[in-house]
Design a protein around this ligand. Structure first.
Ligand SMILES: Nc1ncnc2c1ncn2[C@@H]1O[C@H](COP(=O)(O)OP(=O)(O)O)[C@@H](O)[C@H]1O
Ligand SMILES: [Mg+2]
Length: 248
């Protein structure tokens, strides 16, 4: 066996019952390896965010085991959660600063990350001067600075318009191609899931459980036209069917 060829994130029989008795997740087992981009789709309230919180260590699971190197983990939330009183540059440096990264190093990484996400020239702007899409780019850059091996995304583009979302999807694909991290992405959008991923997992209503897994056969880079490919439509239809709880 090659060294380092194992999964970067591994869930084994993970379940979650909150102290108030809410059963949020049942017996969940899956792996994400470096160079894999796994997306989870499922109805609202089925336990998707809970899954990511367990992955990141914010919640301890009730049963089961998670294997991941949390020092190498990055987390992007639905809201950009930028600090209004900090410039783009200083927002993007924030997580690195909290980690105690030396100033010169974090400034350089932030400058690189800002360029990578297409925000060069906006370093000195403040969040209120940015569009929703630009805020999400800044949020991506802030996590990129940490150079994570495992990248968690919790419905990051749920609040932006469709065109902006598609552009941000292109950005995520380009990052994924450059860095080959292990990606775990949550979304409501089947099109987004298929467009981004190497694999799509479908979760049932609460208590969430993985009910289906689809390998996505398209090579990277993925062009925007892929969304009009008949095979793309076919796979999206199958996933949609599965999400509705039908037997396929
Ligand atoms: N800290 C908590 N305590 C109790 N119940 C919770 C807590 N966090 C989430 N839940 C419940 O667990 C279920 C799954 O929540 P969540 O993972 O946020 O769903 P999703 O992200 O799929 O919409 C929901 O019913 C939610 O109300
Ligand atoms: Mg959620």
């Amino acid at each position: 066996m090659e060294m380092g060829s194992g999964p970067a994130l591994s869930f084994r029989g993970v379940s979650m019952v909150f102290p108030d008795g809410t059963h949020a997740l049942q017996e969940t087992t899956f792996d994400v390896s470096p160079g894999e981009f796994v997306t989870v789709v499922g109805p609202s309230g089925c336990g998707k965010s809970t899954l990511l919180k367990i992955a990141s260590g914010l919640h301890q699971p009730t049963t089961g085991k998670v294997v991941v190197d949390r020092k190498k983990l990055g987390y992007v939330f639905q809201d950009a959660t930028l600090l209004q009183w900090r410039s783009v540059q200083r927002n993007v440096e924030l997580l690195a600063e909290l980690e105690g990264m030396p100033k010169g190093e974090r400034a350089k990484r932030a400058t690189d990350a800002i360029r990578t996400v297409g925000l060069a020239g906006f370093e000195a702007k403040y969040p209120k001067q940015l569009s929703g899409g630009m805020k999400m780019r800044a949020s991506l850059a802030r996590t990129l600075v940490l150079e994570p091996d495992v990248f968690l995304f919790d419905e990051p583009f749920g609040a932006v318009d469709e065109i902006t979302r598609e552009r941000l999807n292109d950005e995520v694909i380009s990052l994924f191609q450059q860095r080959r991290f292990a990606g775990l992405f949550i979304t409501h959008s089947i099109a987004e899931a298929v467009f981004l991923s190497t694999k799509v997992l479908v979760m049932s209503a609460r208590p969430g459980k993985l009910v289906a897994s689809y390998d996505v056969p398209f090579a990277y880079p993925r062009s925007p036209e892929l969304r009009f490919d008949p095979e793309f439509a076919r796979l999206s239809g199958e996933i949609s069917h599965s999400l509705r709880g039908a037997h396929v």
